[in-house]
Design a protein around this ligand. Structure first.
Ligand code: HEM
Length: 539
């Protein structure tokens, strides 16, 4: 039967109008529920942020996605309550805050109401399972209790110092010596070197495995001819899995990664392969450790895994997840902090000179050690100026620049602002480091002295103002280990070498960063190193 043209166009119109109608209903539903839940309650402010009646802040988000940190910082600094509220209908609603009172409320006072939340946990679950980093409630609590007990133990602390000292003395310094003694043109990517350093040490601390990422090939001149590409394969797969999983978070259309995963296409396909490689590798180590533990040939080990293996109540998968959480926490954080620190130092000779003077004084006081040998735990702990210089560097360039939690039930912030159930609540350590209200009008300046008392001793700041290591019950467990590692690297490198940064930054400004979990420097940090005794000790 033929259909006349008028009925055909009616059909087309009705076929077209159905999705339009559904869309309108969908948006209306969200507008109405939002209006109902926030009427008469103090909505979060959105200073300087244009909201579209139907799309909320989606357009602004898409426009600024590539410069999220700078954009949110501008809004937070300009806003009187130091936070920005945002709303993308049907997808995300929440706040990004730089307000210390909000941070204290969310991370401590009403901690139970702000878990990581199912939304984030679901995105990370394929990779990190139910490990410490990706769990809430009871599941998080027992892992946290065990891990904090281990982290405060003297034997783990000693083990960390030994692992770091070995990596410095046997890998980092020989690599730099070869580069310095080369034909003078060897350019190293210091960020890559530091990431390899951090991966080796965290693997040793987490599961007693040495991936040897910083091992050089015997015939290399220091330019990065790594000993065995296969050994670095785990690091590569881990990095790829982490980078790809971050893309799930950056996609404003929440279901899109689920659809791609279900279809096994695009980046989800690559992610699946990278995760499978990481899991197979980690599982191999866990199983081998189980066997050697049951054969009682492994009782001298001090790494985190061996402590959890000792208890038989965890499945192999649970052990794998615990270990992967440590790897994700410790892998790129210290390397990011040190990369920005060496970049800052390159244009601040007075700070470098003060650090060097402190290192030399510590060396003199540490009888029985010579330059080229790592300094011990107490000597490192006594370096207050270096502690301040690193802390100040992370204030401006925090390794974990933002951190999100989810609101479990309607709540009110200390100034009366409403937070709705299901909203994301993100604090920006990056913006907080740039707030005159916290650090004064010179907040943009790099000034280690702001951390020192009149007696020259380091003065810590409230973790709700200096949020670099998180705060409250979920505060970073590896903070002390991170400082030991960073101080050991800086002291050993500066004592022996002058580091010349070879990075061209347009307009002499700040290098760009990669949008990832950690604040990585885009394009790495190219440097050349010279032996200090040849460069002259004044440098
Ligand atoms: C400069 C270096 C580091 C910085 C700035 C840093 C910062 C942080 C931050 C912001 C968090 C909270 C993350 C979140 O819950 O979303 C965290 C958690 C954590 N960090 Fe660190 N971290 C550093 C190094 C390390 C190292 C070397 C380790 C060693 C293993 C480590 C172990 C952990 C663990 C296990 C957690 C999870 C705690 C929990 O959820 O209860 N961190 N860290």
């Amino acid at each position: 039967m033929a259909i006349d043209s008028s009925s055909s166009s009616e059909l087309q119109a009705s076929a077209l109008s159905l999705p339009v109608l559904l869309f309108v209903l969908y948006i209306s539903y969200h507008l109405i529920t939002r209006a109902l839940t926030t009427t008469k309650k103090n909505k979060p402010t959105t200073h300087g942020l244009k909201s579209h009646p139907l799309l909320g802040h989606l357009l602004e988000f898409l426009k600024n996605r590539h410069r999220f940190l700078e954009w949110s910082t501008e809004l937070i600094v300009a806003s009187p309550d130091h936070r920005m509220g945002f709303w993308i209908p049907g997808m995300r609603t929440g706040i990004v805050t730089g307000n210390p009172a909000d941070v204290e409320h969310v991370l401590r006072t009403n901690f139970a109401n702000y878990p990581k939340g199912e939304h984030a946990a679901a995105m990370l679950r394929d990779f990190l399972g139910h490990g410490l980093f990706n769990s809430d409630g009871e599941q998080w609590l027992w892992q946290r209790k065990n891990a904090s007990h281990e982290f405060s133990s003297r034997s783990l602390r000693r083990f960390v110092v030994d692992v770091v000292s070995d990596e410095v003395a046997c890998r980092l310094l020989p690599l730099l010596r070869r580069a310095a003694d080369g034909d003078g043109r060897v350019v190293l990517d210091l960020q890559d070197v530091l990431e390899r350093f951090a991966f080796d040490t965290i693997c040793m601390v987490a599961f007693g495995h040495d991936p040897c990422c910083l091992c050089l090939a015997a015939d290399d001149d220091g330019g990065g001819g790594w000993a065995d590409a296969k050994k670095s394969e785990f690091m590569r797969a881990f990095g790829e899995a982490q980078d790809l999983i971050v893309r799930r978070f950056l996609d404003p259309v929440e279901v899109s990664w689920k659809v791609k995963k279900w279809l096994n296409v695009g980046m989800e396909r690559r992610l699946k392969k990278a995760i499978a490689d990481v899991h197979a590798f980690a599982m191999g180590i866990v199983r081998a450790r189980r066997q050697s533990a049951s054969a009682s040939v492994d009782h001298h080990r001090d790494d985190v895994l061996s402590r959890f293996v000792a208890s038989t109540e965890h499945s192999d998968e649970a052990l794998r997840d615990i270990v992967l959480s440590f790897l994700i926490a410790g892998r790129e954080t210290t390397s990011s902090a040190l990369t920005w620190f060496f970049w800052l130092l390159s244009s601040r000779p007075a700070v470098a000179a003060r650090v060097l003077a402190e290192v030399r004084a510590a060396r003199e006081a540490s009888t029985g050690t010579r330059p080229g040998e790592p300094l011990g735990f107490d000597a490192l702990r006594g370096m207050h100026y270096l502690h301040a210089a690193l802390t100040e560097s992370m204030r401006l360039y925090p390794p974990a620049p933002i951190d999100s939690q989810s609101c479990a039930a309607d709540d009110t912030l200390p100034d009366g602002t409403h937070v709705g159930k299901g909203w994301s609540v993100t604090y920006s350590a990056y913006a907080m480091g740039r707030l005159p209200a916290i650090w004064g009008d010179d907040c943009a300046e790099y000034r280690p002295e702001r951390w020192l008392g009149d007696d020259g001793a380091f003065r810590p700041e409230s973790p709700f103002r200096y949020t670099v290591f998180h705060a409250g019950p979920r505060m970073c467990l590896g903070k002390e280990m991170a400082y030991v590692q960073m101080k050991s690297v800086v002291a050993s490198v500066l004592e022996e070498f002058v580091v010349d940064v070879r990075k061209e930054v347009a307009g002499g400004g700040v290098p760009e960063h990669v949008l990832s979990v950690t604040l990585r420097m885009k394009g790495g940090l190219p440097v050349q190193v010279r032996r200090r005794e040849l460069a002259g000790s004044a440098e």
